[in-house]
Design a protein around this ligand. Structure first.
Ligand code: PLP
Length: 389
């Protein structure tokens, strides 16, 4: 280990605002589905940086695209056009039915943009969201996040938000009905941070119908489910939905910070110069990387997501300590018969990084890179079987 590095990181720990309960692990390198710590230990990364490194660490095509752009232009501002931003907008627009794109640097920022577009385009203020949902930590995104514990100490939040229970159409109707004046219904196709809870097809279709009836926009937060994670490029494709607003971030840049709002249909007409912005939005290096990501998420990769997802779900279901397995594609939760915290720690000791999710104490979340191999899934299952024995 490099001594200088050790000293620097130990000191730095004291001067970081403690917003995260970090594990005692310093990661220095990654390649494919593996990362290495500062003592040279390798880990299978089944968290993918919380659904970010979908193509694995240092994917050759994405790395080459970012390197090439680093050598050409890092930043120009949104006062001008840049080629990487235009190329990415075209790629995403093609995938999302001619959508108009707004670029930013994170999921919360993409959701802030969606919230503003929903209000401006409809002239209404009410937003309907789901209990246990997660949309980000900025005040607008936090206000539509259905987890009251995360609001504590930060109020007053953005007013005009009502919450419905996931997969409960009556509850959704009740949340929309006061005044019938909804600007948008916001849904994660699979609630991620809320416990990996897939929304039923019946529920999402009812939500789409209700939105159309009352003149609200259907806003899908695909920050975690998007870019192939659930087996289709957007999760909404397999649900047969036609959303008005789609938000993306996380794996769009495979680790470089980029978020996007895609506005489908007429809502885009409501937005003009000065309505919204972001200094770093459309950053050339992030956009060049993201275009390489979008091109790499092809049919063969999506087939791998479906096959490896089934393999992982089957393997988890066979473990006696697992009470329920749920999710879509490679966004999977295993509900355990025990506290998940010690399982995460023991897995790490055995060389496997995994995540938790949701309010329940025993939900293990697995989000491996979409490029994960059959052998890597087998190895992860072998480690989990040992830890849960
Ligand atoms: N939306 C969803 C569905 C998420 O899972 C997250 C992050 O976990 C966010 C939004 C917020 O994204 P960010 O942390 O990039 O602001």
């Amino acid at each position: 280990m490099n001594r200088e590095h050790e000293v620097v990181s130990a000191t730095g720990r004291d001067v970081l605002l403690p917003t995260y309960a970090r594990a005692d692990l310093t990661i220095v390198r990654g390649k494919g589905c593996r990362v290495w710590d500062d003592e040279g230990h390798a880990y299978l990364d089944f968290g993918a940086g919380i659904a970010v490194t979908g193509l694995g660490h240092r994917h050759p095509g994405v790395t080459a695209a970012a390197h090439a752009q680093l050598d050409a232009l890092w930043h120009a501002s949104n006062l001008y056009w840049t080629e990487p931003m235009l190329a990415l907008a075209e790629l995403l627009s093609d995938k999302a039915g001619g959508a108009h794109a707004f670029f930013c640097s994170s999921g919360a920022e993409a959701n802030e943009a969606a919230l503003k577009v929903a209000r401006k385009a409809t002239g209404r203020t009410r937003l309907v969201a789901l209990e246990d949902s997660f949309h980000g930590r900025t005040l607008g995104a936090l206000s539509v996040t259905g987890q009251p514990a995360k609001w504590e100490g930060f109020g007053p939040l953005v007013p005009g938000v009502t919450f419905a229970r996931a997969n409960d159409v009556e509850s959704l109707e009740a949340a929309v009905s006061p005044g019938g004046d909804g600007a948008a219904i916001v849904l994660e196709p699979v609630l991620g941070e809320g416990g990996v809870v897939p929304l039923d097809e019946g529920f999402v279709h009812a939500a789409e119908e209700i939105a159309r009836e009352v003149g609200a926009l259907l806003w899908l937060d695909e920050v975690q489910t998007g870019i192939g994670r659930t087996g289709t490029f957007f999760a909404y494709e397999q649900l047969g939905l036609e959303p008005d607003l789609v938000t993306l971030a996380k794996s769009l840049g495979n680790g470089l910070p980029i978020g996007a709002l895609l506005v489908r249909g007429d809502a885009a007409e409501a937005i003009g110069p000065g309505d919204h912005g972001a200094t770093f939005g459309g950053n050339p290096v992030a956009c060049a990387a993201a275009s390489a990501v979008v091109r790499a998420v092809d049919d063969a990769l999506l087939e791998n997501v479906v096959a490896r997802g089934a393999q992982l779900r089957d393997g988890l279901s066979a473990l006696p300590a697992v009470e329920e397995v749920r999710g879509r594609g490679l966004m999977i939760a295993a509900v355990l018969d025990r506290e998940v915290g010690p399982v995460v720690e023991a897995s790490r000791d055995e060389g496997l990084l995994v995540l938790t999710a949701g309010p329940a104490p025993g939900v293990l979340r697995l989000l491996p890179p979409l490029v994960v191999s059959e052998a890597e899934v087998d190895r992860a299952l072998e480690i989990l079987a040992g830890v849960l024995a």
